[in-house]
Design a protein around this ligand. Structure first.
Ligand SMILES: [Zn+2]
Length: 151
């Protein structure tokens, strides 16, 4: 929800300004007559519901050592890079890059490769939100830093 006049976000007030009914911020409400407070959706959500929302996000990532996994499996199957590339309708140069670790395949491509080679290339990874990390850093003191360095 943004202020109809200046576009700033925050608490909005139903305000009549020059015969127009607007939802504006506190600053802009001074230009007219406040008739009420605009209920924001976020205000209606109980606090505990917000806390229950996942603080980690599960995402698919390419496994470590994917390059070697692919190369070994391909060699095991007796396929040349060129043949392997043709089988999955990709360029040989792309396979070279992937197997040398210079190019991390997209999830879509990895799925195609793992289906063909019958190996696991994708794993679920839990991404922790930055917010949490920041909160922990705030609690850090110089003393803590020294302790860590000494370990
Ligand atoms: Zn405003």
């Amino acid at each position: 929800m943004k202020c109809d006049m200046c576009g700033s976000e925050g608490k909005l007030y139903k305000t009549v300004i020059e015969d127009a009914q607007l939802n504006v911020c506190h600053e802009c409400s001074k230009f007219g007559k406040v008739t009420g407070i605009v209920q924001q959706i976020s205000d209606k959500i109980p606090q505990n519901t917000i806390n229950k929302e996942p603080e980690t996000e599960v995402m698919d990532i390419i496994v470590e050592g994917y390059a070697e996994k692919i190369r070994k499996r391909r060699e095991h199957l007796g396929l040349k890079q060129e043949e392997f590339a043709k089988k999955i309708s990709e360029k040989e140069s792309l396979i070279q890059k992937i197997e040398s670790g210079h190019f991390e395949p997209s999830i879509g491509l990895a799925k195609k490769i793992q289906r063909f080679l019958k190996i696991k290339l994708i794993e679920e990874h839990e991404e922790k939100y930055e917010k949490q990390k920041a909160a922990k850093t705030d609690a850090f003191t110089i003393g803590d830093l020294i302790k860590i360095k000494k370990k």
